[in-house]
Design a protein around this ligand. Structure first.
Ligand code: SF4
Ligand code: SF4
Length: 105
């Protein structure tokens, strides 16, 4: 299994609401250090990294299975970007990440 999936976007606003929503989902706290999703600034936008496996403090993404299938990171994402973010999960779960514009590491 791939450790994480990385997508780059110029549409992500970098607000990091997804990180807080994810830590709240996992631990009922606001702590981006434990989030499965994290956002890095890159030259032409932002890099969205989704951890598929636990890594240090970071917990594995469980697709918010206990939240009625509503991904909390998508729920609180910018209205301008949430469809795109949801698409990344579809690619991560069932698609060819490299072919569809992401990267598996
Ligand atoms: S779908 Fe994954 S990355 Fe998004 S909030 Fe849920 S556990 Fe975190
Ligand atoms: S919540 Fe959405 S727009 Fe904000 S940083 Fe996360 S992926 Fe980007």
């Amino acid at each position: 299994m791939k450790k994480s999936f990385v997508f780059k976007s110029s549409q992500c606003t970098g607000c990091r609401a997804c990180e807080l929503a994810c830590s709240m989902h996992h631990r009922k706290i606001f702590d981006p250090n434990v989030s499965s999703i994290h956002i890095n600034k890159v030259e032409d936008g932002f890099e969205i990294v989704i951890n598929n496996m636990k890594s240090g403090q970071r917990l594995a993404c469980d697709l918010c299975g206990n939240e009625g299938k509503e991904k909390q990171c998508v729920k609180y994402c910018s209205p301008l970007f949430k469809k795109e973010l949801e698409k990344y999960f579809d690619i991560m779960v069932g698609g060819n990440t490299e072919k569809d514009g992401g990267e598996s590491i």
